[in-house]
Design a binder for this molecule. Sequence first.
Ligand SMILES: [Zn+2]
Length: 82
Amino acid sequence: MEFSYRCLVCEMVNVFPGRCKDGYNCMRCKGALTPIGEAKVHKKPNTSITVDVNVDTEPLTEALELAKELEGVLARLSPHQK
Ligand SMILES: [Zn+2]
């Protein structure tokens, strides 16, 4: 959990991991910090894996099913050919 602190000198918001601000100072001006509260660091949602899986496997499954169907159709159409 990250915690955010505002610099009392330049008003810059600093985010640090953990609640303890001992030894922390403003990254810009080294000024004293006052705690604001919890901070959530926004990360890009990692949706690419799900999207990739959906895109890559579904046509493949469909193609395999289609191939099986065609195999059955061909077998019925030409039962004596080997
Ligand atoms: Zn500052």
